[in-house]
Design a protein around this ligand. Structure first.
Ligand SMILES: NC(=O)c1ccc[n+]([C@@H]2O[C@H](COP(=O)([O-])OP(=O)(O)OC[C@H]3O[C@@H](n4cnc5c(N)ncnc54)[C@H](O)[C@@H]3O)[C@@H](O)[C@H]2O)c1
Length: 256
């Protein structure tokens, strides 16, 4: 028997928010697995995006840095146009860009709510829609959405965040069902807490750190590298029959 490959050689990927944290790890991981990668970032984070691109080029893969604000349809369209013009097509899309506003529910403002939902849910949908159209033309593709364990369980100070990520989990199912006929697989990963620039300030609070640790049976925070294998797998031929799935990478948090 030939075991299906985790190799994504010759594939062209887009990773949003790839100048930092998990997105950077995923972009470099996909390049290690053989893909050329479009690194997208907010214009203000361009220097960090260029660092990710350099790392990918040093692996002998192509990397293109492209500005993207996922809350703006025009920005998404320009990014997809540039990606297709430069790379010819898009085989893999990883919707990684995301934010959190950590506040108790009674303190959340309309502005907080809109900011989190616009980036984490609306942005994911419209990136899927724009890239999905290109994947239809190309005969298929694989989309991986970076959701969160907080899309599956509740946690303090995350009313908007948990709602957005739960939306991503079910959006993933809807798109998987609708786009299966186009040979587009749509999956998600649900990481536990990962030490990144987004979360580092929260872990300075000892009570929070101890609470999080008490909920992870494997006994540690996740590392960026822990997310890479899951995304490469879901993007690869090894996952050819997997769609609509959210793969938890949570050290056992949701099993407890
Ligand atoms: N770090 C964790 O513990 C954790 C756990 C579960 C899920 N996640 C999810 O993983 C993803 C990455 O998180 P991270 O911890 O690496 O965060 P991060 O802050 O290090 O990276 C997020 C990236 O998204 C980009 N971004 C923000 N707003 C954007 C916008 N409007 N348009 C385009 N890009 C934008 C930022 O510039 C940044 O590069 C997020 O979706 C987050 O919700 C993180």
């Amino acid at each position: 028997m030939e075991i299906p490959s985790l190799n994504v050689s010759g594939k062209r990927a887009i990773v949003s928010g790839a100048g930092s944290g998990i997105g950077k790890g995923i972009a470099v991981g996909l390049a290690h697995a053989g893909a050329d990668v479009v690194i997208t970032e907010l214009p203000g984070a361009y220097a960090r995006a260029e660092e990710t691109a350099q790392e990918i080029r040093s692996l002998g893969r192509n990397a293109l840095v492209c500005p993207l604000d996922v809350t703006k349809q025009s920005s998404i369209d320009e990014m997809v146009h540039l990606a297709v013009t430069e790379f010819g097509r898009v085989d893999i899309l990883v919707n990684n860009a995301g934010v959190n506003v950590a506040k108790f529910a009674f303190d959340v403002t309309e502005e907080d709510w809109d900011a989190v939902l616009d980036i984490n849910l609306k942005g994911v949908f419209f990136c899927c829609q724009a890239v999905g159209r290109e994947m239809v033309k190309a005969g298929g593709g694989a989309i991986v959405n970076v959701a969160s364990q907080n899309g599956l369980v509740g946690y303090y100070k995350r009313a908007a965040y948990c709602s957005s990520k739960a939306g991503v989990v079910n959006l993933t199912r809807v798109l998987a069902v609708e786009w299966a006929k186009h040979n587009i697989r749509v999956n998600a990963i649900a990481p536990t807490f990962v030490l990144t620039p987004l979360t580092a300030p929260f872990f300075e609070e000892e009570v929070f750190y101890n609470d999080v640790m008490s909920r992870i049976p494997l006994g540690r925070l996740a590392k960026v590298e822990d997310m890479v294998g899951a995304v490469v797998y879901l993007s690869s031929p090894a996952a050819a029959m997997v769609t609509g799935h959210t793969l938890v990478v949570d050290g056992g948090w949701t099993a407890l």
